[in-house]
Design a protein around this ligand. Sequence first.
Ligand SMILES: Cc1cc2nc3c(=O)[nH]c(=O)nc-3n(C[C@H](O)[C@H](O)[C@H](O)COP(=O)(O)O)c2cc1C
Length: 244
Amino acid sequence: MTDRIHVLGLCASPRQGNSDFLLDRALEVASGPSLQIKRFFLGRKPLAPCDACGAHKALKGECRIKDVFQEMRDLWLEADVIIYAFPVYHMGIPGQLKSFLDRLGNSLGYYFPSDDPPTYGIPRLMKTMGFITQGAHLYGGQDLALSYMLNHALLMRCIPVPGDLPDSYIGAGGWTGGYPGQKSLQELYGQGDRDTLIAVKSAQQVVRRALETALIIKAGLEVQKQILAGDRSYGFALEKLSGD
Ligand SMILES: Cc1cc2nc3c(=O)[nH]c(=O)nc-3n(C[C@H](O)[C@H](O)[C@H](O)COP(=O)(O)O)c2cc1C
């Protein structure tokens, strides 16, 4: 095992705007020789929604629809830490992100070797996840969007990490003061706007805590690997540990 940590910053906005701004500021605290940081911009290339074809069962967990999903899924699987940054849409997460999660959750259930005939199951993937969101309004649904993503983490057998209270409750959240512009948060930050300073601070806390947690998980897996090897739901995490 090395102490190398693969970080994926996943921005789920169709435009280069406020989510990008928060993600960039947040990832500023992630530096060091053992970190490999990649970014992915979901929403800027076409990604189809799940059409419930069920073909992934016969395709060993591969999604029949070929688009940007496969590239993103591979980066997602490679990562130890995934930081999602996304705008609030309709008091929830954007459709592009939901489409990715639907296809990921369904197809990965048959992606890992299992019984013959294969049965649906997600191993304990043990990735650390942090969430950063922002919307145009103060009570615009940030908490709802964050809660949705917490369930995503649990569903994928991953570990969601908040920042620190009182700035970050279940993830980082901000609002653009009612302005719809792409640069709204950047401008508010430049003006020293208190809420935006807190949004940036909490986004950075989320990244810091996620990195720490990933190191703790890796160390724990290393120490416990002989015991855990007897439980195949840890197979993915242990294989990844020896490959990193
Ligand atoms: C389709 C759509 C739905 C939106 N719904 C909400 C909402 O429910 N609550 C909110 O606070 N802002 C909402 N907004 C505003 C965006 O969250 C806001 O402009 C945000 O800063 C966009 O982030 P971005 O610059 O990263 O794209 C919505 C915007 C769009 C385009």
